[in-house]
Design a protein around this ligand. Structure first.
Ligand SMILES: Nc1ncnc2c1ncn2[C@@H]1O[C@H](COP(=O)(O)OP(=O)(O)O)[C@@H](O)[C@H]1O
Ligand SMILES: [Mg+2]
Length: 324
């Protein structure tokens, strides 16, 4: 089998506080991503999804810092690379579509200037290329190329997210990371953008790391899903394995909380208690204070991700029968 595009091993990422202490927001996460596939990452707000992806691409701003682990992307050891090498890889090997394009787009630059600057940064600028490629990219995301002359604030939220997607496609990288790219949009705009993303993925073949707290959306979009809780991966498996609600008690809770579809006879349930405080996480399994199945050892032993079926791993000894 071909090498995976991305191999993340035991990655820990944290935030260094003023007093020198470190909040370990992402702890010991390992996963792989194959070329052309979509791994969806989900989990409650604050569980470390953004920290994980910005950390692994080394784009996390201070006081964020990678604390340990390794990241191989397309044969490059990202955590060992010098800044210059890393700069060359950005956009070309991996690009990011952020939650709010307003944060990613420069308010004083036109869309044309964004295309130009990114080409210049990679030594590939010529006026013709910028104009042609800019227009082509905007068409790919259903925006009229006249908007090359627009400033970000002149576009709607949905159009700005489309522009961010267009820029992420500039060099057609093999990996595109999407950090809740449509969370701030209404559901009609969201669906139309995601339909286009799927079409572009089929055409261009890029792999996606797609972050969202919307598990129902991932069931449609992803090839595999990784569920995170309080900085750790709790379950990772192909989408089909989640059709019955997954294996980990936390995954069950997430599925139970999905609002029922129209005509579906089900009352959504919530998970008792509050999300763990990442600055002072519970001992053992971080989910144990909220888990209906917890036994004494759950508050002591950190559960390892354990294989329970081909390609399906779960960090819960009760589920995998390894608690004896
Ligand atoms: N600059 C920071 N300093 C300290 N803690 C931070 C900082 N940024 C994020 N965190 C903490 O890291 C945790 C993970 O955040 P984040 O990765 O943004 O979660 P998610 O993307 O899943 O909502 C949160 O508990 C958050 O409070
Ligand atoms: Mg986030």
């Amino acid at each position: 089998m071909a090498e995976p595009l991305l191999v993340v091993q035991d990655l820990s990422v944290g935030y260094v506080q003023g007093d020198g202490s470190v909040i370990r927001a992402v702890e010991d996460i390992s996963f792989t991503l194959n070329r052309g596939e979509t791994l969806g990452l989900c989990g409650e707000s604050g569980c470390g999804k953004s920290t994980l992806v910005y950390g692994l691409l080394r784009t996390l701003a201070a006081p964020g810092a990678v604390l340990g682990g390794s990241v191989m992307l397309d044969g490059h050891d990202l955590l060992a690379m010098h800044d210059e090498g890393l700069r060359k890889l950005r956009w070309k090997t991996a690009s990011i579509v952020p939650q709010s394009a307003l944060n990613a787009l420069n308010p004083v630059l036109t869309i044309r200037a964004h295309v130009r600057d990114t080409l210049v940064a990679h030594g590939e600028f010529s006026r013709d290329v910028a104009e042609r490629r800019g227009a082509e990219l905007l068409r790919m995301v259903d925006i009229d190329p006249v908007h090359l002359a627009s400033y970000p604030h002149e576009l709607s939220g949905g159009m700005r997210q489309r522009v961010a997607l267009a820029l992420a496609l500039l060099f057609e990288p093999p990996l595109i990371v999407m950090d809740e790219p449509t969370t701030a949009l209404d559901v009609v705009v969201e669906r139309s953008i995601l339909r286009r993303v799927r079409e572009l993925q089929e055409r261009l073949g890029f792999a996606m790391l797609f972050i969202t707290h919307d598990l129902a959306l991932l069931m449609e979009l992803a090839t595999r899903i990784g569920v995170m809780y309080a900085g750790r991966m709790t379950e990772i498996a192909p989408v089909a394995a989640f059709r019955g609600g997954g294996m980990h008690p936390y995954t069950h809770g997430l599925f139970g909380a999905i609002p029922p579809a129209i005509g579906e006879d089900r009352i959504p349930t919530s998970i008792r208690g509050n999300a763990a405080n990442i600055a002072a996480p519970p001992s053992g399994c971080r989910f144990h204070p909220r888990c209906d199945h917890a036994i004494a050892s759950c508050s002591v032993d950190v559960p390892a991700l354990t294989r329970c079926a081909p390609n399906h791993t779960v960090a819960c000894p009760i589920v995998t029968g390894t608690d004896a």
